[in-house]
Design a protein around this ligand. Structure first.
Ligand code: FES
Length: 157
């Protein structure tokens, strides 16, 4: 994958070269690339004159930061207690089959990443699935293809 080095440089130079800005810079890279490229980590370590290992420690500590490329759309499937009782396991299998990936992976076309989470705070609507920022409650196997198709169409436009 071609990494936008100028994009990385732009992000770095929008902050003073001080370590207290490292998290903000990593968050900006995450937003721009949907993950933090290795080139971004190395450039940041050089810019701040700090050890690469401390940046990796930060990037792996914060869940919102990812060192692996993520899909254009993030699917979060809840497997907390309420959702589990209402059949979330079947939904996980259903999404995995439809996308040809396992939980924690990204589809080959880069459209979707699938994550399992513990509770999305909407247990009354179990089983719950979130795609990007949109909540879907009382999800059934029958609805899965239609929900995913909405995002596939968006990706083509
Ligand atoms: S357990 Fe799934 S939303 Fe709470």
């Amino acid at each position: 994958m071609q990494i936008d080095l100028q994009g990385i440089a732009d992000i770095l130079h929008s902050y003073p070269a001080q370590q207290r800005y490292s998290l903000a810079i990593l968050q900006d890279m995450q937003r721009r690339f949907n993950y933090i490229p290795r080139e971004g980590m190395e450039a940041l370590a050089e810019y701040l004159d700090c050890p690469l290992s401390s940046l990796y420690a930060m990037a792996t500590f914060y869940k919102a930061l990812s060192l692996k490329p993520k899909g254009r759309h993030i699917i979060k499937l809840c497997d907390g207690t309420a959702c589990h009782i209402r059949g979330s396991v079947n939904l996980v299998g259903g999404v995995e089959r439809l996308l040809g990936i396992q939980a924690g992976e990204t589809s080959a076309d880069g459209q979707f990443s699938l994550e399992l989470v513990n509770c999305l705070g909407s247990c009354a609507l179990a089983p719950v699935m979130v795609v990007d920022d949109t909540y879907y409650g009382k999800v059934t196997m029958e609805r899965l293809p239609e929900i995913l198709a909405r995002y596939r169409k968006e990706g083509q436009s």
